[in-house]
Design a protein around this ligand. Structure first.
Ligand SMILES: [Zn+2]
Length: 215
């Protein structure tokens, strides 16, 4: 492994600050092939900002790169703040970001490196990875709220057979098709955000309970 290129990106949504700060990074070899990639959630709530997400993306990527011991590393990101603070062109005014820079420089010791700012359009792969992490987290959060209502929904389910249930004669939920006729499902469930409504979660639970009782 001689030269690697690290692309990193971070975001904080649905609000910055105060949302969910997510990161994405990927390492490419000299031929442009992806060697490794990663994404995840760094912070949520008051500590979550775009800058925290960007620094976390760089740090996670550098950790992976350090384990591969490249002779040189090209770092590319669309955060002017992180690129310029890493290289020392800009001062670090935010105290809470300094430990990120220290850890990043530590991970870069003994390696030839250069960091360059790139426009967002050239950073789509890393952006997509951070968005994927955000969607998974937002989905888990949205379904958690709906899970809390499953005990209320369960007694209202009437089995129609083959994984289908009527919900109090108002909606029809189909576990095998993964669908429900309620507004929460029909308005909010998309291919990118496959949210399950409380009825679908309850029907899945009813199927699990039935399978357990049958066993
Ligand atoms: Zn529903």
């Amino acid at each position: 492994m001689t030269t690697l290129t690290l692309y990193f990106d971070g975001l904080c949504e649905p609000v910055n600050p105060g949302g969910i700060a997510c990161f994405g990074w990927l390492l490419l070899d000299e031929r442009g092939q992806v060697v490794q990639e990663g994404n995840g959630v760094e912070a949520r709530g008051p500590d979550a900002t775009n800058n925290v997400a960007e620094w976390a993306a760089l740090e996670r990527g550098l950790r992976a790169a350090a384990a591969l011991r490249p002779e040189s590393l090209e770092i590319r990101g669309d955060s002017q703040l992180v690129i310029n603070q890493l290289t020392g062109s800009w001062r670090m005014n935010a105290v809470h970001l300094r430990p990120y820079r220290e850890r990043c420089l530590y991970l870069l010791r003994g390696c030839q490196w250069a960091a360059r700012w790139i426009p967002r359009e050239q950073n789509e792969a890393a952006d997509a990875l951070s968005r994927k992490a955000y969607r998974a987290e937002a989905l888990a959060e949205a379904e958690e709220k709906r899970w809390a209502k499953v005990p209320e929904v369960l007694p209202r389910l009437q089995p129609l057979g083959d994984g289908a249930y009527s919900v109090g004669g108002v909606y029809v939920v189909d576990v095998h098709a993964g669908r429900c006729t309620c507004p929460d499902f029909t308005k909010r469930h998309t291919a990118d955000f496959p949210l399950r409504c409380k009825h679908l979660l309850a029907a899945e639970e009813a199927e699990r309970l039935a399978a357990r009782d049958a066993a």
